[in-house]
Design a protein around this ligand. Structure first.
Ligand code: SF4
Length: 202
């Protein structure tokens, strides 16, 4: 019996000697306080709390990759459609293409979303609504311009009423070409965004 329990103890001692635990101090912000924070305050507070517990080297190797991993595998796009491209957006979440297998789940409130997929013709009349929705989304957040209209005005680029590209209103991370782009193109754009999030440093 004694020899059976001695082996794990020796193993633990050896492991601890080679890989000292990175925790060095108590967290600056208690986890109970963090639970009461609103979404836009949560990530900075959680980073500060975790950062105060870990060595500088462990922060770079653990916290950023952990947040990136969680963010890219649980993207919540806003349930919002503007024109014909929105039909392709809807199809991407149907049974055939099943975008939810990538952890992408459309939500109906911008306060619960971190991804704005602009999928259609943006007119100047609706521009302030689009900006308001974007502003209501918590950080960190991303934007995909889906289709030629959202990317650069598409076939209506010269119309007085059409915004010649949604990047005139909000910062765009991924552009998807096509009129309309097929659901596969949207899935490709989402996977490219996930790659961007994976490589994110700040
Ligand atoms: S890019 Fe083409 S399909 Fe998409 S909203 Fe514009 S006109 Fe419609």
């Amino acid at each position: 019996m004694g020899s059976v329990s001695a082996a794990p103890t020796a193993l633990r001692a050896a492991t601890n000697a080679e890989m000292p635990l990175p925790m060095i101090t108590e967290p600056a912000v208690s986890f109970v306080e963090i639970e009461t924070l609103r979404a836009r305050e949560f990530v900075p507070a959680a980073k500060e709390a975790l950062g105060s517990m870990l060595s500088e080297q462990a922060q770079g190797k653990l916290i950023r990759p952990m947040f990136n991993w969680a963010g890219r595998n649980s993207l919540f796009p806003l349930h919002w459609g503007l024109a014909c491209c929105a039909i392709e957006f809807a199809a991407a979440f149907g049974a055939r293409w099943d975008a939810e297998r990538f952890g992408v789940v459309p939500r109906s409130s911008p306060r619960q979303c971190d991804l704005l997929i602009v999928n259609g013709t943006v007119t100047w009349k609706v521009a302030h609504k689009l900006i308001a929705l974007y502003e209501q989304m918590p950080e960190p957040k991303w934007v995909i311009a889906m289709g030629n209209c959202a990317t650069g005005g598409g076939p209506f680029r010269t119309a007085y009423s059409v915004v010649p590209g949604v990047d005139k209103l909000v910062p765009v991370d991924v552009y998807i070409a096509g009129c309309p782009p097929r659901p596969e193109a949207l899935l490709d754009g989402i996977l490219r965004l996930e790659q961007l999030i994976k490589e994110r440093k700040e």
